[in-house]
Write a protein that binds this ligand. Sequence first.
Ligand SMILES: [Zn+2]
Length: 173
Amino acid sequence: MAILPIRLYPDPVLRVKCPPVERFDAELRNLAADMVETMHAAPGVGLAAPQVGVEARLAVVDLSVGKDPEELLVLVNPEVLNEEGRASETEGCLSIPDLTDKVDRPERIRLRAHDLAGQPFELEADDWLARAILHEIDHLDGVLFVDRLRGLRKERARRALKKLAEVYEEVPA
Ligand SMILES: [Zn+2]
């Protein structure tokens, strides 16, 4: 296992709509293991493959940050089947250092994903777990939490991102 470098905004890999995983092989299992180690070391509660430079629909989530192995989720090709409610809570992102803000998201979700062996499973999640999963699924579509901010929060984020990316033009539209 290895700790991988985390790609930072405005790395273009963070804007890729990632293709589904098709091969459930040792390479995928190694990548997932490295992503879990990288997430725990950061420390963070979630990490998506594009954040380590890999264009694939794979994400890991662990609200316990390594304290409880039962809380570790590995999601391959995750799909939201159903969502309910709305909640606004403060989020951050390992790829956007030092920026946090309140993001509106569904409060409860039902999800379908595959495990590392390619077996499909369904999962219900609410509150912070739902939020973490939705944040990571956004990454698989090239969407960052700052894209979901509105109004003054969006303006504030744009200014912070400009500083982060002085040499790049990319700011959320
Ligand atoms: Zn993130």
